[in-house]
Design a protein around this ligand. Structure first.
Ligand SMILES: *Cc1c(COP(=O)(O)O)cnc(C)c1O
Length: 432
């Protein structure tokens, strides 16, 4: 076990100052117990804690860092942008430069609005869907995460489609009353809701590849079915591609699956590691946003030059399509090695994967929705997480997140990771 005395002291100090010692809950290690390493710096595929321990990093800030940490092109772009002023509250050519790249890459997007987080992107997309259709109801899927806006913090507790109830204290039931929750991958449930509420259904929001209940890919026909049902009901289909955008393919999941939504939410990768979000779609829908339309939205630091410059530099680094094949190959290799190591250790493990996203579930079959994801042995995951850290590999401190492979994860890094994870799985097997 690695000793982390300085991390321990730093995290104790943080607990005095932040609730739980963190600025986003998963970082507190509540789901796996113990204490997090406190991070000093990152470089390429590795992060280093304040005690000087190195970890091959598969959290990658939960998705934005597809180039790895402190990529020279991003550092340079941010430095140049900072030297010329970070925000003006006025149009800049940099925001146009990033928008051009987004519009060229993502099939459904003709126009875009930049915001400061994925949360804001989904808030805006949903308000726009409601304003555009003049309807109120929204369908979301249990286990899909769309940020922390009140109306979206709802999921179904059963396999049946139900009226959404808030998941969080402080969210009035009235906020989620217009949110209907269906199980992921369950078209029949969506069909039932649509037939009940069709006249008041503004839209359906979905992670086209779910990555916030662990990685759960869509069943063949699921996304196509959502497209058909929403078209039939006169409701908008919203793809939340905050993780999948520029990750599964340059055009996101919609390019990969050939299903075109009405609105698309982006974030994470398009900001190159700085705070960002975006909502985009056809001009005919986007013109309903202020100042042209009646749907209000605004942001003091929206389009700030640091996020725009980091985003442009990132998307330019991703312009060669061969990059996505490379990411896919490396993640496939890693997934196969993990499955083989689990078999050798006689551990029931299913590795779910889509491109450079993967999750190690501690159960025999890969899940297809939240209920089956929650059947995973989370205590085994917790032991695995700590054993992986001790072996020099940083995985998310929760079963219900994805591992992110970046372009900095060379074959050498993957080989190191395979050995470390095999060791960690052996340890889990020994302690069952
Ligand atoms: C991360 C995430 C969000 C929220 O983005 P923030 O920038 O954290 O607000 C929304 N949707 C999905 C699918 C995400 O993964």
């Amino acid at each position: 076990m690695r000793d982390r005395p300085r991390s321990r002291a730093a995290f104790q100090a943080a607990q005095e100052l932040f609730p739980g010692g963190v600025n986003s809950p998963v970082r507190a290690f509540g789901a796996v117990g113990g204490e997090p390493p406190v991070i000093d710096r990152g470089s390429g595929a590795y992060i280093y804690d304040v005690d000087g321990n190195a970890y091959a990093d598969y959290v990658c800030a939960y998705g934005p860092l597809i180039l790895g940490h402190a990529h020279p092109a991003i550092v340079g772009a941010i430095r140049d942008a900072a030297a010329a002023g970070t925000a003006f509250g006025a149009p800049t050519e940099l925001e146009t430069a990033l928008a051009r790249r987004v519009v060229a890459a993502v099939p459904s997007i003709e126009q875009v609005r930049f915001v400061n987080s994925g949360t804001e992107a989904t808030m805006t997309a949903i308000r726009l869907a409601r304003g555009y259709t003049g309807r109120n109801k929204l369908i979301k899927f249990a286990g899909c995460y769309h940020g922390h806006a009140g109306g979206l913090l709802a999921r179904s507790g059963s396999g049946l489609a139900t009226l959404g109830l808030p998941d969080s204290a402080g969210v009035p039931a009235s906020y989620t009353a217009e949110t209907l929750v269906a199980p992921y991958n369950d078209l029949a449930a969506v069909e039932r809701i649509v037939s009940t509420y069709a006249d008041d259904l503004a839209g359906v929001i979905v992670e086209p590849v779910a990555a916030n209940m662990g990685l759960v890919p869509p069943r063949p026909g699921f996304l196509e079915g959502l497209r058909e049902l929403t078209l039939g009901a006169g409701a908008l289909l919203i793809f939340d591609e905050v993780i999948t955008g520029f990750r599964l393919a340059r055009g996101g999941a919609q390019a990969q699956f050939g299903v075109t939504p009405d609105l698309t939410c982006l974030g994470k990768i398009i900001g190159g590691g700085l705070p960002i979000g975006a909502v985009g779609g056809p001009a005919a829908i986007m013109k309903h946003l202020a100042p042209l339309g009646a749907v209000y939205q605004a942001g003091t630091l929206a389009g700030n030059t640091l996020a725009m410059a980091a985003g442009v530099a990132t998307l330019d680094e991703l312009s060669d399509p061969a990059i996505y094949e490379r990411l896919d190959r490396r993640a496939a290799r890693l997934a196969a090695a993990i499955s083989a190591a689990a078999r050798r250790a006689a551990l029931p493990v299913a590795v779910s994967r889509a491109g450079s996203l993967l999750t190690i579930f501690f159960q025999a079959e890969p899940p297809t929705d939240l209920a089956t994801a929650q059947a995973s042995d989370t205590a085994a995951y917790a032991r695995f997480c700590h054993a992986a850290l001790a072996a020099g590999v940083n995985v998310a401190p929760s079963q219900f997140e994805a591992m992110f492979v970046s372009l900095a994860h060379t074959n050498e890094v993957i080989a190191f990771t395979e050995a470390a994870i095999a060791k960690a799985l052996d340890e889990v097997a020994r302690n069952r």
